[in-house]
Design a protein around this ligand. Structure first.
Ligand code: PLP
Length: 371
């Protein structure tokens, strides 16, 4: 560790106040017996209202919510689903669980979300759905994607794990497609420790998701299972934390936007560094402040991350293309995904970061480039 940089600047981290502590303590005291799902029900009700969806199912993770979303959408073995080549692997792992195949589409060079033009190129007779990911908080080009989905009669699943508080033409992230999912992992803007939510306006989808999430129980006969199911349930403790966070969601999103504005101010003076965009008609809740470095710098992102770590600054590599991971490794034509990923990193932007911390991160970065 460099002795000039004593304090660790973490990459992410939540804002936890007395409100969260009080709500969780209350759930520990009275969230049992007839109240066993009280906080979960309340969280589902309030979060679906916040996003503008009719139905919600709180889960133990977004990965679990996505698994249920794929099952409830009727996806099955042999189906192809168009997915962006840049996202966290959790977006697509549940496709493998059900034997469906992801087909990797390229990303746009500025929003880093799936490029609608490439979706259309990758559609085959087996394509049944499009998985849209709102990467690092930017909502994907939904108008174009929904138009393609309609033309080819494809289902749309929105992975809004990273986009709490983001918007697209006045509609909240998570309100698009047949079903959408969020993550409340400790690194996210709104946290429950671990946790997720499935949202839909379709009664059939929510019924199926609840059925699969409750061991495929026969609603008419106790301990009588009609199929092999799953259990991705959220606990009352997590939901109580989520309720407190939801009451503060505007403050949490505003802080994310403030952090981004600090970075923008400092780094706009550095030539060849571009940050997250906010395309016209969208509101970016900037879950992850991300910097892409001009090709002229010839950066090695892993080395850059190591250098920042020496200043006690945590950073992360921009997601690797999924098709390049040992878990998947397949040949695809997504040049923008490979190019952007090779020269971009995520910068610290947790809820407790200060303007001075952002200044420290930026001066350390500038030192690396010698500008
Ligand atoms: C885009 C995306 N999808 C899905 C997930 C999975 O969320 P969880 O960790 O809650 O399962 C994440 C988590 O980081 C994510 O970033």
């Amino acid at each position: 560790m460099n002795k000039n940089y004593k304090k660790l600047i973490p990459i992410t981290g939540p804002s936890i106040t007395e409100k969260e502590v009080d709500y969780v303590a209350k759930a520990a005291k009275d969230g049992w017996n007839e109240n066993a799902t009280r906080y979960v029900n309340l969280f589902e009700e309030k979060f679906s209202k916040y996003v503008g969806r009719k139905f919600a199912l709180a889960t133990s993770s977004c990965t679990g919510a996505l698994h249920l979303a794929y099952l409830a959408s009727g996806l099955k073995k042999g189906d192809e689903v168009i997915v962006p080549n840049i996202t966290w692997i959790a977006s697509i792992e549940p496709l493998y669980y059900i034997g469906a195949s992801p087909v990797f589409a390229d990303i746009e060079p500025d929003t880093w979300c799936m490029d609608p033009k490439d979706i259309e190129r990758k559609i085959t007779k087996k394509t049944k759905a499009i998985l849209v990911v709102d990467l690092y908080g930017h909502v994907a080009d939904m108008r174009a994607i929904l138009k393609i989905a309609k033309k080819y009669k494809l289902k749309v699943i929105e992975d809004a794990a990273e986009a709490v508080g983001s918007e697209y033409y006045g509609k909240k992230a998570g309100s698009f497609g047949g079903v959408s999912c969020f993550s409340f992992h400790g690194s996210k803007t709104l946290v429950t420790g671990e946790g997720g939510m499935l949202l839909t306006d379709n009664e059939n989808i929510i019924k199926k998701a609840r059925y699969y999430n409750d061991h495929c129980k026969d609603p008419k006969k106790l301990f009588w299972n009609l199929g092999i199911g799953y259990k991705y349930k959220m606990s009352n403790f997590q939901a109580a934390c989520g309720l407190a966070q939801l009451e503060r969601v505007n403050e949490l999103v505003a802080k994310k936007r403030k952090i981004f504005s600090w970075y923008k101010k400092y780094l706009s003076k550095v030539p060849g560094v571009s940050l997250n965009v906010e395309r016209q008609g969208t509101k970016n809740a900037y879950w992850m402040v991300t910097a892409v470095f001009d090709k002229k710098y010839k950066i090695n992102k892993e080395n850059l991350i190591k250098k920042l770590a020496k200043c006690n600054i945590q950073s992360r590599p921009f997601f690797y293309p999924l098709s390049s991971l040992p878990a998947i490794r397949t040949k695809v034509n997504t040049p923008v995904s490979y190019d952007v990923s090779s020269r971009a990193i995520n910068l610290p932007c947790g809820q407790n970061i200060t303007k001075a911390d952002v200044g420290t991160v930026c001066s350390c970065l500038v030192k690396y480039f010698g500008v």
